[in-house]
Design a protein around this ligand. Structure first.
Ligand code: ATP
Length: 307
């Protein structure tokens, strides 16, 4: 199947007075992807999402949505997208069904079955007679998703959709997003702080830091880069590192806080690393083989650009 570009940002820049919220950012989201936008507070994630939905406009650069670059065409393309950027407002005393019906009519979406069908997709059909203010946070989030799905979008934009959810709520949203992506072929752009969760679903990542895109990488490539490493803690890191280089010809290591050293490219036996300390009068405090996860990868990336 041919995949097309759902989003292409080229040198996209957004300035708020003296603050550069996005600085010449290039991001491409391809059809079928679950794109995880990762970044600390203030990195520019929401700014980027708002430019896609038309709630904000670039200072310079280009943004194409579903291959459309011209503003009126982009507005048509936006109708083929669904989004949750700020918490959608629902009437607390109205039922789930009435709230959805309100939005269906307001948006001019035909079909009396529409609401029931969407509530079935998000698993809220049984709760349709419940008043909004009696729903759990997870159910409220799913209702938000239901609203974003109205109009059968081919592209979903979600800003921190699992913030504040308990583990059950997180799993529900995760399964729902995977279902929408796999069964309905909906492309999803999702921003999240919760990297472990993002790593369960994202197929591509964009790492933003202070408005700059520091890396865009597929989950597959990232997994190749997330090698195992040896985490070793010794009493004298300086001496141990010197020995690593001279005795074991290893220079692919990193000194971490609290006397830890990360050794990448482990190509010797474990006892070679331990005896290097012990036989040279260095105390060996701990030694463990670990794998870089998304969180570690992100922290290392941020550290390396801010060095
Ligand atoms: P968070 O995770 O905290 O939501 P974010 O990555 O979504 O952060 P943005 O909300 O896009 O970051 O903000 C990026 C930068 O732009 C921040 O420095 C923020 O203070 C600034 N900013 C965002 N919106 C505005 C605005 N309307 N006016 C002025 N500055 C803004």
């Amino acid at each position: 199947m041919n995949t097309y570009e759902v989003i292409r940002a080229s040198q996209l820049t957004k300035k708020y007075g003296g603050v550069c919220a996005l600085d010449h950012v290039d991001i491409t989201v391809k059809q079928g992807e679950i794109y995880g936008l990762v970044g600390n507070n203030g990195a520019g994630k929401t700014t980027f999402l708002k430019m896609i939905t038309g709630q904000s406009f670039p200072t310079s650069g280009e943004l194409s949505i579903l291959s459309k670059t011209e503003e009126s065409e982009k507005n048509k393309a936006r109708k083929r997208t669904g989004s949750i950027i700020e918490t959608p407002s629902f009437y607390p005393k109205l039922t789930v069904e009435k709230n959805m019906e309100y939005y269906r009519i307001q948006r001019g979406i035909p079909g009396k079955d529409t609401v029931d069908n969407i509530l079935t997709v998000v698993g809220l059909l049984d709760a349709k007679k419940k008043k909004f203010d009696t729903l759990s946070l997870g159910m409220k989030q799913r209702l938000g998703l239901a609203l974003a799905l109205m109009g059968e979008p081919e592209f979903l934009i979600l800003d921190e959709p699992i913030n504040g959810l308990d583990p059950t709520g997180i799993i529900e949203i995760r399964n729902l997003l995977l279902k929408l992506n796999r069964e309905k072929n909906i492309t999803i752009l999702i921003s999240s702080h919760i990297l472990t969760e993002l790593s369960n679903i994202a197929t591509t990542y964009g790492f933003l830091d202070k408005g700059i895109l520091i890396e865009q990488i597929t989950a597959e490539k990232l997994s190749e880069k997330c090698n195992t490493y040896l985490d070793i803690s010794v009493t004298d890191t300086k001496k141990y590192c010197a020995l690593l280089e001279t005795k074991l010809s290893c220079d692919n290591y990193k000194v971490m806080p609290e006397n830890h050293i990360r050794i990448f490219d482990i190509n010797k036996k474990m006892e070679d690393y331990s005896s290097l300390a012990v036989l040279n009068g260095i105390g060996l405090l701990s030694m463990e083989e670990k794998r870089i996860d998304l969180e570690n990868y992100y922290m290392n990336l941020i550290e390396s650009v801010n060095e």
